[in-house]
Design a protein around this ligand. Structure first.
Ligand SMILES: [Zn+2]
Length: 348
């Protein structure tokens, strides 16, 4: 924590403290709360903005990406200068956040979250927030959060639709109770294939931030026990009661303590292809429908396909997808970059 405790300056939080369920006691607890934010793109930068302004004690921000001009439509912490400098998102976010509230400790980490570093990233935090763009990382976070007994808040959005659910390990259903298997690669829409509107990011990030404020301020009884699904284009706000789901499922993670994502057994196998400026990613026990993927990627870059493979040329990369869920990303020999390109265009 910084020398100047956030609690020393309650005046800046006057409107928030006046909100009776929070009050001074809630603000004091919030100012000691420590959170890990996984991903600082659209959802992540909006969540970080809200939580740092609200006066959390510490926010650790992990992101593997760099700011680009095409991010600015929805990633509220970044500006044109950040994009021109191609700053890592975690660094650009931390600079901006420290200017917003210098009493909050902001810890930027430029890294790809994986089985080898997730335990260290979770060290000393009270809560984990989802700002990622793929289910593979969410399943890993779920394993880690359930194993370490950390509450975590799932959130995701694409197009004009988004969803969020809060997981209190040992008490509520976890992500694997809700989705026993990680969606197959290429089976879900990504922001690249279906686009994304800024307002849905704001809606889902606000739900996540509100849940975080409840947990960090000690108001656990007010935490949502429902899966929230919002569609701002269809004008629908749905809430599905998931309070009984944990009792109804035979969840490998929260019932049997099997953490296959954390142990690395379920994580995609990645290998740089030497001398080819290419990286190969492959998923065990998975398959990809090239038809579905071709439909999804219609109009995105230069797309060619035959019965054996699908190839997309975009942003200087060539992405070749095989039906056995093997994907070769050409144009980089950096595994982190390849995983980011994969998540952006193929998705999980
Ligand atoms: Zn579970």
């Amino acid at each position: 924590m910084n020398d100047a405790s956030p609690f020393a300056d309650l005046a800046r939080y006057a409107r928030q403290v006046r909100f009776a369920p929070l009050g001074e006691e809630g603000q004091r607890r919030l100012s000691q709360g420590r959170a890990l934010l996984c991903g600082c793109g659209a959802l992540g930068s909006t969540i970080a903005n809200l939580l740092v302004r609200a006066g959390v004690g510490m926010l650790r921000i992990v992101d593997r990406d760099f700011v680009e001009l095409g991010n600015l439509q929805r990633q509220v912490l970044f500006d044109e200068a950040d994009a021109a400098a191609a700053l890592p998102k975690a660094i650009a976010a931390a600079d901006k956040l420290r200017r917003i509230n210098s009493t909050v400790t902001v810890e930027p980490v430029v890294a790809d979250i994986g089985p080898t570093n997730v335990k260290r990233l979770c060290d000393g935090v009270d809560l984990v927030l989802d700002g990622t763009d793929n289910f593979e990382t969410r399943f890993l976070i779920n394993d880690a959060a359930v194993k370490f007994g950390l509450p975590w808040i799932y959130g995701g959005c694409v197009g004009a639709e988004g969803q969020s659910m809060t997981i209190l390990p040992g008490e509520t259903a976890c992500l694997r109770c809700l989705m026993p298997e990680c969606p197959q690669p290429g089976s879900t829409a990504t922001c690249e294939s279906a686009g994304i509107l800024g307002p849905i990011v704001g809606a889902i990030a606000s739900i996540e931030a509100a849940e975080a404020i409840k947990i960090l301020s000690g108001n656990w009884q007010s935490v949502s026990r429902r899966l929230s699904i919002v569609d701002l284009w269809e004008n629908s706000f749905r809430q599905i009661d998931v309070s009984g789901l944990r009792d109804q499922t035979d969840c490998p993670a929260c019932k049997h303590g099997e953490y296959s994502w954390l142990s690395g057994r379920s994580v995609s196998r990645t290998a740089a292809l030497c001398g080819r400026n290419s990286v190969q990613l492959s998923h065990l026990d998975a398959s990809i429908s090239l038809d579905e993927l071709a439909e999804k990627l219609e109009g995105v870059g230069e797309l060619t396909r035959n019965e054996f493979l699908l190839r997309l040329k975009v942003e200087g990369y060539e992405i070749t997808v095989f039906p056995d869920a093997r994907v070769v990303i050409s144009g980089t020999d950096d595994i982190t970059t390849a995983r980011a390109v994969y998540a952006k265009y193929v998705g999980t």
